[in-house]
Design a protein around this ligand. Sequence first.
Ligand code: VGL
Length: 196
Amino acid sequence: MKEKAALIIVDVQNDFCPGGALAVAKGDEVVDVLNRYSEKFRAAGLPIIATRDWHPPQTSHFKTHGGLWPVHCVQHTDGAAFHPGLKLGKDVVVVSKGMAADEDSYSAFQGKDAAGTPLGQLLRGLGVEQIFVGGLATDYCVKHTALDGMKEGFKVAVLDDASRGVNLNPDDSAKALTEMCAAGVKMLASLDELSL
Ligand code: VGL
């Protein structure tokens, strides 16, 4: 029998989309693609998790406090809201990360649901063995989520057509894909390759 799968939609938030505080080029292009993946998972009765960066106003993650990034995805702001085009049904579990003032939390496995359950525990509780990961950004949160997924013993596939990178250096996304593949992460080019 096939491993039970879950879809992990990573950080498709306004601040990571064009016009946002930490805009990923063409970040909004993943919205429709992810909606189509979600339909497939929902139709198959499989879990869908949406992660979000959920930072306090002051954190060492931000340049203002010694970190790498402009202020973004501050809790309860518009920038932290999911992109309005993302269709998140009531069944979607939201996992928040980066809430402490001293953590980057690039990986969704450092995040927790509303009840405080860490992602790995949540997935195991649902009987999930395989995760499909897409969203923003390829070279940070998608990459770290995929790599941690492997470390936590899941089969991991990244949705290449549903992910976009920050690319502080122009080849960061390409390097991230190479790194993920070397760790055993599979790549899916498009929905046609999805078999649940
Ligand atoms: C992310 C940079 C900074 C991400 C988050 O979601 O990939 N990237 N914070």
